[in-house]
Design a protein around this ligand. Structure first.
Ligand code: SAM
Length: 227
């Protein structure tokens, strides 16, 4: 059994057995696996199970994210794209009309990302530090969404610096905040409040903060909007 999510285009629900419901995206490149994800085939279409344990935006949707800014045709600047696990699901959702600029600082994970981007064609891998957004103005254009998942102490600062340059007016900033990377001594909730205040002070409107536990006890996703 497969059905479309009522609110978020490109996001699907797969009923497996009586109780288990999984998120999924429709494979943009049927026959190609982007990592070791589960694939299911229904009526000639291929769907990829989108696990909340492997991908923070999937956990955020399952935890009640009200607005999901990744849509068919979206242009995304992805900071900390790694080998493309989450980005491959974004790539399914945005389709051929959308584009992901994927910034990653590690050469090792970039090698895996290049295989994924070669097959998908809507991901542009950029080997550079997201701390220097001025250095990729010749590659990246204005985007609808900036998504940050760099797990660094200055992760909120990195998000804001990139949004100030690349995010369109009315566009969305989304960050997977890793509390322990910012301050191990504070309770995660306090770290999330401080991150929210920093984003708000930079002129962005906080839409929602979603704590990802039990899928991921160290992270929250904060969604904000540029006015
Ligand atoms: C938690 S992993 C990202 C996982 C990925 N977002 C996913 O869900 O598939 C964090 C990534 O950020 C990268 N990273 C850390 N600092 C960075 C920086 N300054 N610029 C770009 N990438 C960075 C790391 O190399 C790592 O691959």
């Amino acid at each position: 059994m497969i059905r479309k999510d009522a609110k978020f285009p490109g996001v699907f629900w797969v009923q497996m057995g009586r109780k288990r419901r999984n998120l999924a995206t429709k494979n943009l490149v049927p026959g190609f696996k982007s990592y070791d994800e589960w694939i299911i085939r229904v009526k000639g279409e291929e769907y990829r199970i989108w696990s909340p344990e492997r991908s923070k935006p999937a956990a955020a949707i399952l935890k009640g994210l009200k607005d999901f800014p990744i849509r068919p045709g979206s242009k995304i600047l992805y900071l900390g794209i790694a080998s493309g696990t989450t980005a491959s699901h974004f790539s399914d959702i945005i389709g051929r009309e959308g584009l992901i600029f994927g910034v990653e600082v590690s050469e090792r994970v970039m090698r895996d990302l290049i295989n994924v981007s070669a097959a998908r064609k809507n991901i542009v891998p950029i080997l550079v530090s997201a701390r220097s957004p001025d250095s990729y103005t010749n590659v990246v254009s204005a985007v609808d969404v900036v998504y940050a998942d760099v797990a660094q102490p200055d992760q909120v600062d990195i998000l804001i610096k990139n949004c100030n340059i690349y995010l369109k007016k009315g566009g969305y900033a989304m960050i997977a905040v890793k509390a322990s990377s910012i301050d191990v001594t504070k309770p995660p909730r306090e770290v999330y409040r401080i991150a929210e205040a920093q984003i708000r002070d930079a002129g962005y409107k906080i839409i929602q903060t979603v704590d990802l536990s039990p899928f991921d006890r160290k992270h929250a996703v904060i969604l904000a909007r540029r006015s």
